[in-house]
Structure formats: structure tokens, C-alpha cells
Design a binder for this molecule. Structure first.
Ligand code: DGJ
Length: 756
């Protein structure tokens, strides 16, 4: 049993493999949070709570006169409420029928179930009944009759606890939910740092570690999507925590819209974290009897640093978020024409790229933006999802068939949520656009947003896309969205309901995705929002991988993919090899470096293969072969960050088989020095008693280097790389591994470690 209820003492204890989470109903009926941390068996952790009379921290009416040390302002709460004496950040804010903003929740009852709860119309972690348990705790406000259901899903083996909330109006007047966080988490006393992931278009998910100081710190998005700018994921950790040691807590929000993650250190050094839908653009009306369901938040705990925390999330996202036929199926190696042609292509040109690609082992051709309507640049055409046959030189079906004849599958790009002013759809349905009446809407990439909160818009898109997907032999869809949303307003909602728009938009998006993925289960959907602008577990529920960034420069990607790896597995990261000089940074890097970096993701190409030299084509053939051979290990292995991109010389990461018998180390020199100091890493995840052979991938340079450089390099190879030079797992993990030196700028190595 992962969930233990002590009915006598009203204690709820949730156990996972390495963690314990505990709540207790106190003598007044408030649900207190007593513990989250390393696993502890059968202890009432409320002994840690220490009350004192603190000025200006008031007392609930029912206790006030008797005990001034009892205050909701200092007690650890399970679900913090606004307006009734807890002055810290709150999880729940309700505007009552009389206009007041006060809510106070008392314990009512609990329900225990096998299996994992689901949430109506929202993505959530799923698990079989033998892998998970659900605890539902019901709290009530006896004055306003607001009822709150707290849901806890426990995946014991994964070290995962999920949370979601339902608010029900049991009263007789309309209420407005102004904030209903999915999670509120109090730590009695800890000195924490937190790591958040900030960024921008072309540079997403850069880790930032800061101390949790007194006051409130927050990350979030009011952009309609989860955003490039802050990922809905954070790690709270003790001060000395690093990749392999220290307690840390991961919070990941399963939502693709506006979010807020706040953290506060209070007057007595306690820490509170609250995570949920961003309240700035949110107001949900509840008439008597109506209910509101929050999205889900995932919590994970690692007593052994960030590495383990990431691996908990990797496994959970891979196995319990991603769904459908493509969950475990090998995703095809693709070539996408975006960086090869941008808008400037003909059908014949595309077929030429596909022909050459097919010969080299590419399995899928993806036709990106520009195939429909009047779309020769990004100023027009969005919304007109009718193929431009003149440009393609034939119908889309015929083009797809020509591509299939070359030996690859056919995939296609859509941006269903967007609309250009210069489009037939806009001319026919100006009321379908998101804008505030009487106010000119802000343009971004010269485009507007379709009102996905409207059912007629959702139905239209489902129908239009379904027609194309049924008629044309398409096995892959790239779902893009290239702007943030502002001027939030829907013509379908009355004035009091405009606060529901942002969330209704996300619900609409999820409905369309659910319908299309159900209707076309064989199609692999890739998420994208100008690269990684909506890279979150909510999208991964529908699209098992996401184009990680529009920045394809492998050196920039070191940081982007490193940051992404904290919360997301390799199998969710779309990564492509592109040409040099790189289109985003103008950097020139070796071909093999571009391939090795992209191989730590869902691999593909974004260049014009038909224009490449025979030598380059030969390299592509080798790269694809290597990737396919290593696919299972790369996509399903345990991921370890060995040296970060902020280190002096080299970024190094490892993917090890779950049984520890094999591992791939990838090392990329982001800096070259004369007379360099050796780069050393401690390998992880091997079997201590095993003997290992190291193998250096030399396939990309062996026949290209001149003899002098080759001999220099071979003479500099550290011990272990020669034939018969076996090293024990213990030595590699405790002593370390020397990475061979670089012989050129941005040199990358892939080292295979195999148990013999
Ligand atoms: C942004 C995407 O991230 C790119 O890969 C490409 O599809 C363009 N949009 C097309 O407009």
C-alpha cells in the first residue's frame, strides 16, 4: 500500500520508493501538511510543527481567546486559502456571492481508490491499477459551502505523486474562482535554492539557480501558451545539492497555457510553493452545483540529486504521459524542408530532396510551411488549409504519392491556431479572431490567433484537417504555433465570462488534439511552437515529441538540450542536423558534431540533401545507421549529465542501458585550448563489478584526417581506448574516464562503453 490512512489520528501518509508525503487533520479540522522528503515509516511528523504567539499572525475565531500561538499564518497548510488569516501566497482565492474574498477549508472526508484518477478534458498522468493509487480528500467551507477535492495520485515505483484539485460550488449563489492552484506545498523549515528554466525564442530552457530568500519569487506565463520564456517546471533543492547528491523536489505542470509557479520564504523561514493556472487572466464562474477542475501538477523527490530526479520524470513522461501507437514505436528519421527551402520550393524540388534522402536511410519527408493558400512568405495565407496546387505542380495527394514512391513516408506542417488577415478564412470569419472589440489587435509575425475557445472554430479545424489527413497518405503532422496570445477576448463569451477565455482556449486546443489523434492513431504528431514555445507535459500527452528549438546550432543546442533534460526525456526532444554556417548563429561546426548532438533526441535533418557532396551524403548514411543501431539505448536508457555546458572545455552526457551493461558517452568541446588539461568525467549507471571495453567512434574522421593529425590523436588516446584495455565499472564510476582531446574546434566524441 502506497497510501496509508490512520483514521484514529486523521493522518494521511503517501509513500513512494524513496519519499514520504504526509498530511494531518488537526483538532480544529484544518488539513496541515506535515512532511515531504526522504521515506520515513509510520511516524506522525506533526511533532515538527512548533507554534508560538507571533504578533500580527491572528488566530481562527474558534481558538482565538484560548491559544494565541495557533495561526494559519504560520502553520504548514495542505491547500492554502486567501483572505482568512494566512497572509502568505495562497492556492485558492474565491470571490463569494456577496463580493467578499474569503474562503476557509475544513476537512470533511476522504476516498481511497486503486489506480490513477483522470481529469475531465485535461491531460494527466495515467497508470494501471497495479501501478498506482488515488487519494481524494474533500474539504469544505461551512460558510460559503465551497467544496474542494484534493486529488493525489501515487506512482510508488516512479517516486511520483500527482496532484489536482476540483472546486465545487455547493452554495446557493454564484461564486467566481479567481485562483485555484493545482498544488500548494509547505516545508516547515529548510534553506532552499530553486532552479528554473528561462529563455526566449531560439534559446529555450536555460537553467537558473537562485536562493529562495524572504519575499516572493515567481516564474510564469501570461502568453496563452506555456512559453519559451519560462518552462512550467522547477526544482527546489537543498543548498549543496548537485547532480548526484542532496535532496531535491521537482514540480512539473501538465498544462500548455498560462501558469504561475510562486515560491515564498515566510517570516519564520518556512517555504511555500504554489503552482497552477496563472490568475492574471483567469476567473471561472461557478453557478450553484457547478465545478471547476484544475490541471495536474507532478511532484517527484530525489534524495540523490538532480540526476535521479530527472530520471524519475523521464520515465514518467515516457511511460505515463506519452500515449498512442508512437509511444514505444521507433520514430522515423526525417528530413524537413524548412531550413532547406523556407517558402521557396516547387513540388519537383521536394521530390528531389526526398529521393536523395531515401537513398541514405531517411524514412520520412516532412513538408513544412508554405504548401497551402497564398503562402510564399509569412504575411498571408494562414487559415487557408487548401493546398496550393500551382506551387506544388500537382495535388497534395499526388505530391505525397510521388514522395512515397521515392521510398520515404510523407509528413506535413500545420499551424491550426493561427490566421492571417490576408486569408480567405479571415475574410469569411473575422469574428473567429482573438481580439478586443474596438481595439486593434497586436500582430506577431504578422499573424492573428484563431479563437480556439469556440466550438465552431474547433469543429472547423477538426474537419479541415481531417479532410486532408484522410485524403492524403500522411503519417506525420507537425503542429506549430508561432506567436503569443494577447488581446484576449472571445465573441462567444459574455462580459462576465471573458476571464475564462485563456483556459477555455487551452481546453479547446486539447479537444482538437484529442479528436485528431484518436481519429488518426497511425499519425505521429510532433508539437512545435516556434521551436520550444510550448514544450510541456500537457502537449506531450498528445504529441510524443516536440521540436525543441528553432535554433539548430549544435553548440547552442548543448545548453538548450541540457536544460530540457532536467524535466524531459530524450524521446520528447525533436533535434535535427542542419547546414553550416548555421542559420541562427552563423557558426560553423563539424558535421559529426551536429549529428552527435541531434542524436540525443528524435533525430532528423533540416537541409537540402540534394545539394550535398558525395562525401557529406556518405556521412549522412553513416550517421543514420549509427542512430538506428543505438536507438533503443538512446531513447530508453538512463540519462546522466556529466559536465554542463557552463564548464570550461567540454559538455558531456551519458545514456546508460537500464541493466548497466552498455553506455554511450557524448562529449562536445565548446572550447579548444593549446596544451589542454585533460577532461575527466565519472561515468554513472554501470555495474561496479563488470569489466568494460571503451570504443571511440572514429567513423567520421578516420579517412578524412591527414596522417599527422591522425597519428597525433592516436598517440594521445588515453588508456582504455586501446584493444584489450579493459576497465572495471567501479574504476570508471569512481576513478573516472578521460575524454580524448579535441583536434579541431567544436570536436565531438561518442564513446561506447560495453561490458564484456
Ligand atoms: C516555426 C517552426 O519552429 C519552424 O521549424 C518552421 O516550421 C516555421 N515555424 C515555419 O513557419
Amino acid at each position: 500500500m502506497a497510501i496509508i490512512v490512520d483514521q484514529g489520528k486523521n493522518i494521511f501518509t503517501l509513500h513512494t520508493k524513496n519519499s514520504t508525503y504526509q498530511m494531518k487533520v488537526d483538532e480544529l479540522g484544518f488539513l496541515l501538511h506535515t512532511y515531504y522528503g526522504s521515506r520515513i515509516d509510520n511516524t506522525d511528523m506533526s511533532y515538527l510543527i512548533y507554534n508560538m504567539d507571533r504578533g500580527f499572525s491572528g488566530n481562527p475565531y474558534e481558538i482565538g481567546g484560548k491559544d494565541r500561538s495557533y495561526s494559519l499564518d504560520t502553520l504548514p497548510q495542505e491547500y492554502s486559502c486567501f483572505g482568512t488569516g494566512d497572509y502568505r501566497i495562497s492556492a485558492l482565492r474565491i470571490k463569494n456571492g456577496d463580493g467578499s474574498r474569503g474562503v476557509q477549508l475544513y476537512y470533511d472526508k476522504y476516498i481511497l481508490n486503486k489506480g490513477k484518477y483522470s481529469i475531465p478534458d485535461l491531460p494527466a498522468v495515467y497508470a494501471d491499477d497495479d501501478e498506482s493509487e488515488t487519494l481524494e480528500i474533500i474539504l469544505k467551507d461551512p460558510y460559503s459551502h465551497v467544496e474542494v477535492h484534493l486529488y493525489y495520485g501515487v506512482l510508488e515505483k516512479n517516486d511520483i505523486i500527482t496532484r489536482a484539485v476540483k472546486v465545487v460550488n455547493k452554495g446557493s449563489e454564484k461564486i467566481v474562482v479567481e485562483k485555484a492552484a493545482s498544488l500548494s506545498l509547505d516545508w516547515i523549515s529548510q534553506d532552499f535554492d530553486w532552479i528554473t528554466f528561462y529563455g526566449r525564442h531560439n534559446m529555450e530552457r536555460i537553467p537558473q539557480r537562485s536562493a529562495i530568500n524572504h519575499g516572493i519569487q515567481a516564474i510564469g506565463s501570461v502568453r496563452g501558451t506555456s512559453s519559451h520564456h519560462y518552462n512550467p517546471f522547477a526544482i527546489l533543492c537543498e543548498k549543496g545539492a548537485d547532480e548526484t547528491k542532496g535532496q531535491c523536489f521537482g514540480i512539473s505542470f501538465v498544462y500548455s497555457g498560462e501558469f504561475l509557479m510562486e515560491v515564498e520564504k515566510d517570516q519564520v523561514n518556512q517555504t511555500r510553493l504554489v503552482c497552477g493556472i496563472h490568475p492574471d487572466n483567469f476567473e471561472w464562474n461557478l453557478l450553484p452545483g457547478e465545478e471547476f477542475n484544475s490541471p495536474e501538477a507532478i511532484m517527484t523527490y530525489s534524495p540523490h540529486g538532480f540526476g535521479q530526479l530527472s530520471r524519475n520524470l523521464h520515465e514518467t513522461i515516457r511511460e505515463h504521459i506519452c500515449r498512442g501507437e508512437w509511444k514505444h514505436k521507433r520514430r522515423p528519421v526525417l528530413v524537413n524542408n524548412w531550413e532547406a527551402t523556407y517558402f521557396n520550393f516547387t513540388g519537383d524540388q521536394l521530390v528531389e530532396i526526398a529521393k536523395d534522402a531515401a537513398k541514405l536511410g531517411v524514412e520520412l519527408f516532412v513538408l513544412d510551411d508554405g504548401w497551402f493558400g497564398k503562402r510564399d512568405n509569412d504575411n498571408s495565407g494562414l487559415g487557408d488549409w487548401y493546398p496550393n496546387e500551382e506551387k506544388l505542380g500537382c495535388s497534395l495527394k499526388e505530391l505525397a504519392e510521388r514522395i512515397l514512391d521515392t521510398g520515404v513516408e510523407f509528413g506535413i506542417w500545420f499551424e491550426p491556431e493561427a490566421i492571417s488577415e490576408d486569408s480567405n478564412l479571415y475574410r469569411e470569419h473575422p469574428e473567429w479572431v482573438v481580439r478586443i472589440p474596438g481595439r486593434p489587435p497586436a500582430l506577431s509575425r504578422n499573424q492573428l490567433v484563431l479563437d480556439f475557445s469556440r466550438k465552431d472554430v474547433q469543429d472547423y479545424i477538426i474537419e479541415r484537417m481531417s479532410d486532408i489527413l484522410s485524403e492524403v497518405p500522411i503519417t506525420y503532422v507537425k503542429w506549430d504555433f508561432n506567436r503569443s496570445i494577447c488581446d484576449k477576448f472571445s465573441n462567444e463569451l459574455g462580459p462576465e465570462y471573458q476571464g475564462e477565455f485563456a483556459h477555455r482556449y487551452v481546453l479547446g486546443l486539447y479537444r482538437v488534439l484529442e479528436e485528431l489523434t484518436t481519429k488518426f492513431p497511425h499519425i505521429l504528431f510532433e508539437g512545435c511552437s516556434g521551436g520550444g514555445g510550448r514544450f510541456d507535459p500537457g502537449m506531450l500527452y498528445y504529441t510524443p515529441h516536440i521540436w525543441c528549438s528553432d535554433n539548430t546550432d549544435p553548440i547552442a543546442r548543448l545548453t538548450i538540450q541540457y536544460g530540457t533534460s532536467f524535466g524531459y526525456p530524450v524521446s520528447t526532444v525533436g533535434a535535427h542536423v542542419s547546414t553550416v554556417p548555421n542559420h541562427q548563429t552563423r557558426r560553423v561546426t563539424p558535421f559529426s558534431t551536429r549529428a552527435y548532438v541531434a542524436m540525443s533526441g528524435i533525430f532528423g535533418y533540416q537541409l537540402d540533401i540534394s545539394k550535398m557532396t558525395e562525401e557529406e551524403k556518405d556521412d549522412i548514411r553513416k550517421q543514420i545507421e549509427i542512430y538506428k543501431n543505438r536507438y533503443d539505448l538512446i531513447q530508453n536508457g538512463h540519462y546522466y549529465r556529466l559536465l554542463p555546458p557552463t564548464s570550461d572545455m567540454c559538455t558531456v552526457w551519458e545514456i546508460a542501458a537500464k541493466d548497466g551493461k552498455e553506455a554511450i558517452i557524448t562529449a562536445v568541446y565548446h572550447n579548444v585550448e593549446a596544451n589542454p588539461a585533460p577532461v575527466m568525467v565519472q561515468v554513472q549507471g554501470l555495474n561496479e563489478s563488470g569489466s568494460y571495453q571503451l570504443e571511440l567512434d572514429t567513423v567520421f574522421w578516420e579517412d578524412k584526417l591527414d596522417e599527422k593529425v591522425k597519428n597525433w590523436l592516436l598517440s594521445k588516446l588515453p588508456y582504455g581506448y586501446g584493444e584489450g584495455e579493459l576497465i572495471s565499472g567501479a574504476a570508471l564510476m569512481k576513478g573516472g574516464l578521460v575524454i580524448p582531446p579535441a583536434f579541431q574546434e567544436y570536436q565531438a566524441w561518442q564513446i561506447i562503453i560495453k561490458q564484456c
